[in-house]
Design a protein around this ligand. Structure first.
Ligand code: ZN
Length: 343
């Protein structure tokens, strides 16, 4: 609870002011950490002593993905109460407080398809999620560009998935345009309990790709498990990620183990199947988990006269969703890969 947020924690305060606050404001903690509230769900901490990385932890880009929102809100409360002392600048972002309030992924449009300028492409800034995505881009820029150049930039965009996963926690590594994948970042993911990494093969309109391509941040979309309602998460499943991120924020030992390729399940995207018609339909059950593979020739989906079949050995599904709007991705298809190809 905080006097600065009308006796509430920052999450409740943000949810009460779902699309914005009247005035940005600042205050200073007893340990001299500067706190700046830039917007609803957007809070920046600058401690007196700072080490060499600027960290963004975003959550709630999809409003019903409660676990990472609760984890970040806990961090924010602990920092404000003086229980967690920072040695890094950190920007916390709760992406879509309004959709949290209705317990849905989004109000009008999936915000994680609106970055890298997609918010303003046709039909333009026509809904509040588009306007919010544009503002979030500006906050990321303000955070990374207001400080000394050359500092390491990190952005973990934290989510939970609609489906369960064969590999409960996994991360999407944005397309790096030929640059090397970073081993230390993979070690940090492993310390968080995230051993499955999906290497993206093209530009996208996700939040993590935006920070990666625009600001050269080490960025990931991190999926921490399955979506559950607020208050119903088994927080013991998140101990590793909480402890690792906490150590990162306070610049203490994250307990990283030596890099070993055998520690990781690595996949690369081989194609995306888009939905074009209302009758798009999958031929596997709703409870089939992410990273499930099927034999070559297996009929995955149909729409109209078109059939989509498995084309490659080991080809597996990720993020299947037949309910997306026409023109959007219905499922991402991935195949196993090795580190030698990609590091
Ligand atoms: Zn999500």
């Amino acid at each position: 609870m905080s006097i600065h947020f009308k006796g509430q924690d920052f999450l409740s305060y943000s949810r009460q002011n779902e699309w914005g606050i009247e005035q940005p404001f600042n205050f200073t903690l007893d340990n001299d950490t500067e706190v700046a509230v830039w917007d609803s769900g957007v809070i920046c901490f600058t401690p007196k002593v700072i080490t060499n990385s600027d960290i963004i932890l975003s959550s709630g880009i999809h409003g019903n993905e409660s676990a990472p929102i609760e984890i970040c809100n806990d961090f924010i409360s602990q920092i404000i109460d003086g229980k967690l002392s920072l040695e890094t600048r950190v920007l916390f972002i709760f992406g879509n407080p309004a959709s949290m309030n209705i317990g849905q992924r989004f109000i009008e449009e999936n915000m994680n398809r609106l970055f890298s300028g997609a918010h303003s492409s046709a039909p333009g800034l026509v809904n509040r999620e588009r306007i919010r995505a544009k503002k979030l881009e500006q906050y990321v820029e303000r955070f990374y560009c207001s400080e000394i150049e050359g500092r390491e930039r990190i952005h973990y965009d934290l989510h939970t998935a609609i489906r369960g996963s064969k590999n409960e926690k996994f991360a999407v590594y944005p397309f790096l345009h030929g640059a090397k994948h970073d081993k230390r970042q993979l070690q940090i993911m492993a310390a968080c309990g995230v051993n499955t990494i999906l290497l993206s093969n093209s530009p996208t309109t996700t939040f993590s790709y935006f920070s990666s391509v625009k600001f050269n941040a080490h960025a990931f979309t991190v999926e921490l498990g399955k979506v559950r309602p607020f208050g119903e998460n088994d927080m013991t499943r998140f101990i590793e990620v909480k402890e690792t991120l906490k150590a990162m924020l306070s610049a203490s030992d994250m307990g990283l183990t030596a890099f070993d390729p055998a520690d990781f399940n690595l996949f690369k995207v081989c194609r995306a199947i888009d939905k074009h018609q209302d009758d798009f339909e999958f031929y596997f059950a709703d409870d089939v988990v992410n990273f499930t593979s099927f034999p070559i020739g297996f009929k995955l989906a149909t729409e109209g006269d078109i059939q989509y079949k498995i084309e490659h050995q080991g080809e597996a599904i990720v993020f299947p969703n037949a309910n997306v709007a026409n023109g959007n991705r219905a499922v991402l298809m991935v195949v196993p890969t090795t580190l030698d190809e990609n590091l």
